[in-house]
Structure formats: structure tokens, C-alpha cells
Write a protein that binds this ligand. Structure first.
Ligand code: FAD
Ligand code: NAP
Length: 887
């Protein structure tokens, strides 16, 4: 594209103190601001953009250091709002350089004549909500003021460079450059001794080129990062073909993906692959030169589980050792302190190989921290380096820096945003803040932003905000503000999401750890781009849930509440199940439902390897019953847990809870024997109860043969299996044994009434429905028998039962009867612990490796079982046996 088209035709920063009155003021003319202006104009809002820089571009205006490029393939890191733009502009490289991206943004500005509403060279210094006028009053460094109905900060997540925080910078007599503020005219480093401080993405991109230019380059590294080769070149033909084959579908896939790049959701987990298969996948990822690919496509557990992550990390470390010739330098460059992807990995061209050059030295600041910058160079704890130039590639006060730099932003009742955010950013959806009406952030903290292809996230935010403003206007409202309840709910959901991924395990700018004194916490939304989009859509569908809208003459609408109360992965699972539009089990007939379940279970992730899994036959109350035995990898004998599967006394079998049994076997270091008790309607009440009791007695009597420890057995069960476990404890107490050391009841059925609040609140939308439970009861038990304690243990005698651990889930129809049983046992003197699992549904804990947020609960359940067996609660998990051939 011709340079001339990008020539700055900036409207001048107004040097006048006159107040400009507009509908909307936008701060920032980067990717976000430009698209905002385009959309706001189209929607009929008068708009001005205030921009500190001398032209459009944002990130790509400021970051002109050698080697600056995008690290998301450029065909993906592009606007999608203008289909003609997509054919009018052709990217020359897979990862375009900064000048090319800047030209592109200039081209977009020209194409839509955007510059005429942008005031360049104008820095916003403060913003105040005028409660009476219901307008924001914006002050700028030029003295020009703006009065606007809506104030939108499109100020960028990575636009406020971080100060160097090193003593003596002012004393340095040579030249100092910041990668984030690189001079427009370029820098001549020929013959110079150059120091670079920082090895994040900016440093890693710049270092190979600085090394080619400088006489001597010394790199000061505090934390080594993972870097992957970009393998830059022309845009890959197959990706271009996919895009050009069906642009709309390609872009849509990106919008609903996890990171904003159209790769499918990976479902295979690491232990389902052999070593050779994992290596093959990794090598393909390494060769692809694509961060989004390697972060999402190798195996599903790499971003959520340390075991799965370690495999990728080790393979990258192996590559580093293979490239860097000096072993000491290779060791210093090898990241060991954080999981791969927890900190933003880098995409490089010749980064590691650069350390093989004779003019490049790495200084490991972990071994010799910088003491000070002096007039002539840099002094560490061990030595001094004389240099002519220092390049700070030290990063940004990310996500909140540019927003807080406008100070004060004063909202309702004189509240300052800096005070509200003193302990970390609070927001609703990362787009608005309670107490700050008509104030919006594009890709603010609390949204996926920097954990995604930002072009996609920016477009989603801009579309959502502009559509809300238009809808507000159409409905006759003038203000829009997040409620405190919605914001608190979002904080909870953010925290829940953050336990899912590994980002919390790294000190990084994602968490604020790079800025001394900054409040710590994972700032971007870690739940994924597609899920986030659906949440934003849900807010609208639910009548602007969590927003207070107001207008003239006291008009007000406030549908208050929390947009996500489910755990994030539970929400995804329920969403997928809803999309499958499955017929209700109760319409399939018992055999049809069993066949369906068997097929359905084939699609779930395999259970994790344990020491041994075997099949056998035991004696039930009226004949032989199959069982499945899960033995730990450690030497026995082990305590035995007799396990009863779920399935409403109708469905399932001894292996239908296989992933749960394996997981609990590993976590408890105990034998699990899963019993194939008889089912209704072929065998109605009390068949399942009597089988449960008989099986427990048989297992206790044959403990030694099974490799079990002498002494009491434990019982456990889920759902109807929890019912059988509870009943078994009552029968064992009343029939003289066997001795039971403790009971784990997971979402148990305990009573035959259906009017508790959880049946009412959760009866329809959480997979196990009221209708299904009615069907199960009808098939298993006639109304006359239902109050028998062998099916309604809540109605039995509860004193003298073994200690119990009862888990109930918030969004389960069976929640309240489980709680009632726990409370009633406790009232009868039984030692009871309860886990009331917030945001979970009936299947949360048995969907091992699908509902990752269930891990914490399973740890607690395993600890309880160990205590019941007289063992210390913690068990060191055996190292993951990684070969898929393992049992
Ligand atoms: P910015 O581009 O940061 O624009 C914000 C603008 O606001 C700036 O021009 C700034 O001057 C202006 N501003 C801020 N405060 C004020 C104020 N008080 N008054 C007036 N003006 C103000 N993301 C990706 O998804 N893929 C990539 O490959 C990628 N590569 C990157 C490479 C680098 C070197 C950096 C630093 C970031 C990269 N990012 C990447 C993130 C990048 O920031 C976003 O992709 C995107 O460019 C952000 O656009 P934006 O408009 O939101 O913010
Ligand atoms: P960064 O990732 O925060 O890296 C800053 C580096 O400086 C880190 O190595 C940091 O060490 C070091 N550092 C900071 N303060 C220091 C100090 N006082 N003393 C010594 N070392 C210090 O910043 P960045 O490299 O500018 O990248 C920021 C983000 O921008 C990236 O993660 C990415 O999202 C985006 N970006 C993308 C690209 C791209 O490839 N497209 C390029 C550049 C930037 P510690 O790790 O120990 O803090």
C-alpha cells in the first residue's frame, strides 16, 4: 500500500479552551478507537476521538523498535467488519511488521475518512461525571475540553510503558530508548555497545536485529521466557484458502473460539497419547510457528493441568538446549519458574541462535541483579558493563496503566476510579464499572482482551457497546451503569475462571506482578473469547441483567443479578448439552436410555491411569454381580472403598463411573470396588439396596483376596449410588456388620419427596430434571414402598452411623435432600462433614477432566475417605504414567 495514503493528515490538537460538545468522546485512536468511530458515526452519534499520538495506530504508532511485528497471524489480526476492506488490503507476510500494520490502520482511517474526527496530540488528563447534566466533562493537556454523554476509554492494554525502576537511569550519559516509545526516525546502532534490559516479547523480537547492528550487545535477563519460532514468510496458503473459501465462517469460528483464532477445540488429553504421538504433535506445533496453535491444539490439558503442561514445557526446553551452544547460557535461557503459557509466550525469529553470536552476551540477573545504572553503563552485583546505549524492553503498566493515568476519573458521588481500583480493577464484564455511569472500557480488565487475538476482542466490545448505546437511546434512556451486585458476581466468576487455568501461577503483567506495588490478581478474563461473547449476549437477552438504566422523568429499569452463577466449565458443559438437544432419557425407555448412555460415555475423556484395573464377580443378595476393581500403583494392602455408581437405580453399571473411580483411587491411594448392582425396572425395590448391602459384606469378607487391608471397609456412591451407600450403612449397623469406617455420599437421593426448593429451582435446566427423577422413582419403587428407609434413608434411624462426608451441588434438584440427610445425621450424633459445592451441578464431580473446577471438591472427598481409614489426609499423587498403553 502506498506510504502516501498513510501520511498523517491529523486534525490539530485544538489549542482552545472552548468546550466541544458531543454524544460520545473516545480516548485512543488505535485498533479500538478507529472501529469505535466508524460504528458510532454509523449509529448516528456525534463523536470525537482524543489521541495523544500524532496519528492513528496506537500500539503500532508507538512500538517502532527493530523487529516489531504481530504474533497472531496477520490474516487473523485484522478487522472483519468491512468485507471489502478484506479484499482491498493484502498482507505481505504471515506476521506483518509494525510499519505494515501501521499502514493498514492508516488505510482504514483514510478509507472511512476517520481522521476528521480525531484530535491528535491531545492527551486526556481527567474526566468527571456531572451528575446534574448527566454528562462527562473531559479535560486535556491542551486545555481543550469536551463534554459528552458517553465516555469510552479505548486507551489500550499495553500503551503505558512502565518506568525503568532502576537506580541511576538519570546519570547515564549515553542514549536511552524504550521499545514502546521508539524514535520515528530510527536509531543507528552501528559500532555501538548496546545493552538491552528485558526479555519479554519486545526484547525477544528486537534482540536478534539489535545484535546484527551493534558492535556488542549485552542482554540483561531477569526471567527467561518461552519463545517459539515464527517461521515467518508469506501468509500460509492453507490458512488463506480457509479464509478466502468462506470468510464469514472463518471469522465466525474465530469469534466463538477460545482465543479468537479459528482453531477447533482440542479434546484429547495428554495421557491418551503415547510419547511418540505427543512428540509428533509438538513438532508439528513447533513447525507451524503459531502461538495460538501450540497453545490450544497439542492436547487439551496443557493449559489447565500442570502434568499436561510440563510435557510441552519440557519439549521446548529441549529445543532451547539444542539451539544454544554454550550450556551455561542455554541453562540461563531456560524458563523453569512458570508453566508454559501462564506468562505470554513469545514468537521469535532467530532469538535463541542469537546467543551463539560472538558479539552477544547474556547476563542472568537472577545470579547477579542490577545494582545501578551509572554514567557509563550498568553495574550488577558482580561486574560493570560499559555501554553506549541502553534499550529498555521492560514492558508496560498493563491493562490498568493507561486508564489510571487519566487522573482523576471521577464518577457518581465524587468517587475516584483510582480509589475504587486501589486493590485491583473491579468491573462488570471488563466493560463498565459500578458508580461510573456511561463510562465504558474497550478490552478493559475483566474481559478476554490480552488473552486473545485482540482484533476479535476489540470488535466484539465495540459492537456490544455501540449496540447498547443505540438501544438505550431508542428506549428513551440516557444513562447506563453496572450494579454493585453484578460487578461482585463478575469478580466471583473471574476468580472461578482463574482457578481453571495456570495463569495465576506466574508472575506476569497479566497479574500486575511486573509493576512494583501494583495490586496482584489475574486481570484478563480467562474463560475464553467464545464463552465471554455468549455471556455478553446473555446480559442483553436477560433484559440488560446487572445494569441500571435511567432516563428523563424518573424512568428506570434495573434487572439486577449475577450473569454467571455456574462454575465456568459447568456452564460450558450445560451449554454443549443444550446444543445437542438430546431427547429426555425418560422418553427412551429403560433399555433405550441405557444404550444411549453407553454411547454417550464413549465420547468422554478416558479415566486417568491407575496401578491396575480388573474385573470380577461377587455375591449379591440373590446371585452373582459383576464388579470392577481399581488398584493404586503403590504397594498394598490398601483400604477398600465399596463404590456404587449413579443412574437412578435404572442406568449405568460397574464401569459407568470409571473416570471418577480412577481419579478417587489415585487421590485416596485406596482400592475402589465398583459394584454392578441390579437395576430397575427388571429388579425393583429393594433389589439395589439389598445388593448394595450384600456386596459390601462380601467385599469386607474377601478383603484380603482383593489385596485390601484388614479392618473396616468404606462406602461411597453418587446419586442413586449415594442412596445405596447411605442405606448400606444403616443396614450394616442393624444387621450386625460388616464394619463400615465411613461413608462418602455424593449428591445422594435420600428422600421420596419432591417439594424441597432445590427440586423447584433446579428441576428443569441442569441435566438431571424433575421429570427424570420421577421416572427413576416410578421404575424403581412403588409409592407404597417409598417411605421405607431402604430407599428413603432420611426416614430411617440415623444414630450410630459411620462418619459421613456429604457433597451437594448448588444447581442439583437433589441438593436439599442431601443437605437434609447430612443435618439429620449430625443431629443424631453422627460425625458429618458437608461440602456444598457452589456453581456445580449433579454431574460436576464425576465428569472428571471435563469439569476441572471439580478437582478441589474431589481432593476434599479423598481427604475425608483417608481420614475415615485412619490415614493422613494428603496423599502424594503417583507420577503420571504417560503412556496411553497404561491400564
Ligand atoms: P492501543 O493500540 O494501545 O491504542 C490506544 C491509544 O490510546 C494509543 O494510541 C494511546 O496513545 C492512546 N491513549 C492512551 N491514553 C491516552 C490519553 N490519556 N489521552 C489520549 N490518548 C491516549 N495483540 C494481538 O492480538 N496480536 C498481536 O500480535 C499483538 N502484538 C503486539 C505487539 C506489541 C509490540 C504490543 C505492545 C502489543 C501487541 N498486541 C497484540 C496488543 C495490542 O496492544 C492490541 O492488539 C491492539 O493494538 C490494541 O489496540 P487498542 O486500540 O485497544 O489500543
Ligand atoms: P514484558 O513481557 O512485560 O517484558 C518485560 C521484560 O522486562 C521482562 O523480561 C521483565 O522481566 C523485564 N523487566 C521489567 N522490569 C525490569 C527491571 N526493573 N529490571 C530487569 N528486568 C526488567 O513486556 P514486553 O516485552 O513489552 O511485552 C508486553 C506484551 O506486549 C507482550 O506480552 C505481548 O502481549 C505484547 N507484545 C507482543 C509482541 C508481538 O510479538 N507481537 C511484541 C511485543 C509485545 P520479568 O519477567 O522478570 O518481569
Amino acid at each position: 500500500m502506498p506510504e502516501a495514503m498513510v501520511a498523517s493528515r491529523a486534525s490539530k490538537g485544538a489549542g482552545t479552551a472552548a468546550t466541544q460538545t458531543v454524544d460520545v468522546a473516545v480516548v485512543g485512536a488505535g485498533f479500538a478507537g478507529l472501529y469505535l468511530l466508524y460504528r458510532l458515526r454509523k449509529a448516528g452519534f456525534s463523536t470525537v476521538i482524543l489521541e495523544e499520538a500524532g496519528d492513528v495506530g496506537g500500539t503500532w504508532y508507538w512500538n517502532r523498535y527493530p523487529g516489531a511485528r504481530c504474533d497472531i497471524q496477520t490474516i487473523d489480526y485484522s478487522y472483519s467488519f468491512d468485507p471489502e476492506l478484506e479484499s482491498a488490503w493484502k498482507w505481505s507476510e504471515k506476521y506483518a511488521t509494525q510499519p505494515e500494520i501501521l499502514r493498514y490502520l492508516g488505510f482504514v482511517a483514510d478509507r472511512h475518512d476517520l481522521r476528521r474526527d480525531i484530535r491528535f496530540g491531545t492527551k486526556v488528563t481527567s474526566a468527571t461525571w456531572d451528575e446534574t447534566a448527566e454528562r462527562w466533562q473531559i479535560a486535556t493537556n491542551s486545555g481543550a475540553k469536551v463534554s459528552c454523554g458517553y465516555y469510552i476509554m479505548a486507551t489500550g492494554c499495553l500503551s503505558a510503558p512502565k518506568p525503568p525502576e532502576i537506580d541511576g537511569v538519570k546519570d547515564f550519559k549515553g542514549d536511552i530508548y524504550f521499545t514502546g516509545r521508539w524514535p520515528h526516525e530510527g536509531v543507528n546502532l552501528a559500532g555501538k555497545r548496546v545493552a538491552v534490559i528485558g526479555t519479554g516479547s519486545s526484547g525477544i523480537q528486537a534482540i536478534p536485529l539489535l545484535a546484527e547492528q551493534a558492535a556488542q550487545l549485552t542482554v540483561f535477563q531477569r526471567t527467561p521466557n518461552f519463545a517459539l519460532p515464527a517461521h515467518n514468510g508469506a501468509p500460509p496458503a492453507e490458512r488463506l484458502a480457509a479464509l478466502e473459501g468462506d470468510r464469514a465462517a472463518y471469522r465466525d469460528q474465530a469469534r466463538w473460539s477460545m482465543v479468537g483464532v479459528p482453531w477447533p477445540q482440542q479434546t484429547i488429553v495428554s495421557w491418551q497419547l503415547t510419547d511418540a504421538e505427543r512428540r509428533e504433535r509438538f513438532e508439528a506445533g513447533w513447525a507451524a510457528g503459531d502461538l495460538a496453535y501450540i497453545l490450544t491444539q497439542l492436547w487439551a490439558d496443557q493449559g489447565v493441568d500442570l502434568d499436561g503442561n510440563r510435557i510441552v514445557a519440557d519439549l521446548i526446553r529441549e529445543k532451547i538446549r539444542g539451539i544454544v551452544k554454550d550450556p551455561e547460557t542455554a541453562a540461563a535461557l531456560t524458563p523453569l519458574d512458570h508453566p508454559f503459557g501462564a506468562k505470554r509466550p513469545c514468537l521469535d525469529t532467530n532469538y535463541y541462535a542469537t546467543y551463539n553470536r560472538p558479539n552477544v552476551t547474556l547476563v542472568n540477573l537472577r545470579a547477579e541483579p542490577i545494582k545501578a545504572i551509572t554514567a557509563s553503563g550498568i553495574t550488577t552485583g558482580k561486574r560493570s558493563f560499559e555501554v553506549d546505549v541502553i534499550v529498555f524492553a521492560t514492558g508496560f503498566d498493563a491493562m490498568t496503566g493507561a486508564i489510571m493515568a487519566v487522573h482523576p476519573v471521577t464518577g457518581r458521588d465524587g468517587k475516584s476510579l483510582s480509589d475504587v481500583w486501589a486493590n485491583g480493577p473491579q468491573s462488570y464484564l471488563g466493560v463498565s464499572v459500578a458508580g461510573f455511569p456511561n463510562f465504558f472500557m474497550i478490552t478493559g480488565p475483566g474481559s478476554p482482551s490480552v488473552l486473545s487475538n485482540m482484533a476479535v476482542s476489540i470488535e466484539q466490545h465495540v459492537d456490544w457497546v455501540v449496540e447498547r448505546l443505540a438501544a438505550l437511546r431508542d428506549a428513551g434512556f440516557t444513562t447506563m451503569e453496572a450494579t454493585e451486585a453484578a460487578q461482585a458476581g463478575w469478580a466471583q466468576h473471574m476468580a472461578d475462571c482463574s482457578t481453571l487455568t495456570l495463569h495465576r501461577l506466574a508472575n506476569t503483567w497479566y497479574t500486575g506482578a511486573n509493576v512494583p506495588g501494583k495490586a496482584q490478581g489475574v486481570m484478563p478474563y480467562t474463560g475464553g473469547v467464545g464463552p465471554y461473547r455468549s455471556i455478553c449476549n446473555d446480559v442483553v437477552a436477560q433484559g440488560m441483567l446487572g445494569f441500571r438504566l435511567s432516563g428523563p422523568n424518573g424512568a428506570e429499569q434495573c434487572n439486577d443479578g449475577e450473569i454467571v452463577r455456574l462454575q465456568p466449565d459447568v456452564r460450558l458443559v450445560l451449554g454443549l448439552l443444550a446444543q445437542m438437544n438430546l431427547p429426555p432419557f425418560e422418553t427412551m425407555g429403560a433399555q433405550g436410555a441405557r444404550d444411549f448412555l453407553t454411547e454417550f460415555n464413549k465420547g468422554r475423556p478416558a479415566g486417568r491411569p491407575v496401578g491396575e484395573v480388573g474385573d470380577g464377580v461377587l455375591m449379591g443378595s440373590e446371585g452373582p454381580l459383576p464388579y470392577k476393581l481399581y488398584r493404586p500403583a503403590t504397594p498394598g494392602p490398601h483400604p477398600i472403598v465399596v463404590y456404587f455408581h449413579g443412574g437412578g437405580w435404572v442406568l449405568g453399571d460397574q464401569q459407568s463411573d470409571d473416570p471418577f473411580c480412577r481419579d478417587m483411587c489415585r487421590r485416596t491411594d485406596m482400592i475402589f470396588v465398583s459394584v454392578g448392582y441390579r437395576h430397575a425396572p427388571e429388579h425393583r425395590f429393594p433389589a439395589a439396596a439389598e445388593d448394595g448391602y450384600a456386596a459390601t459384606r462380601w467385599i469386607a469378607e474377601h478383603a484380603a483376596e482383593l489385596g485390601g487391608k484388614a479392618g473396616p471397609v468404606l462406602v461411597a456412591g453418587w446419586s442413586a449410588g449415594g442412596n445405596i451407600a447411605a442405606v448400606t450403612c444403616q443396614l450394616a449397623r442393624d444387621r450386625g456388620g460388616p464394619e463400615i469406617g465411613g461413608q462418602l455420599l455424593l449428591c445422594p437421593v435420600t428422600d421420596c419427596t419432591f417439594d424441597r426448593p432445590s427440586y423447584v429451582d433446579n428441576g428443569a435446566n441442569y441435566f438431571v430434571t424433575r421429570g427424570l427423577m420421577f421416572w427413576f422413582w416410578d421404575l424403581y419403587c412403588s409409592p407404597a414402598d417409598r417411605t421405607d428407609p431402604r430407599v428413603s434413608p432420611l426416614r430411617g434411624k440415623l444414630a450410630g452411623l459411620p462418619p459421613a462426608f456429604v457433597t451437594t451441588c448448588e444447581f442439583d434438584p437433589l441438593r436439599d435432600e442431601g443437605i437434609a440427610y447430612a443435618e439429620a445425621m449430625a443431629a443424631s450424633g453422627v460425625a458429618v462433614e458437608q461440602l456444598k459445592a457452589r456453581g456445580h451441578f449433579h454431574s460436576s464431580f464425576t465428569m472428571v477432566d471435563v469439569v476441572i473446577t471439580g478437582v478441589g471438591g474431589r481432593i476434599k472427598m479423598a481427604e475425608a475417605l483417608r481420614r475415615f481409614a485412619g490415614l493422613p489426609p494428603e496423599v502424594k499423587l503417583p507420577p503420571q504414567k504417560l503412556d496411553a498403553a497404561a491400564s
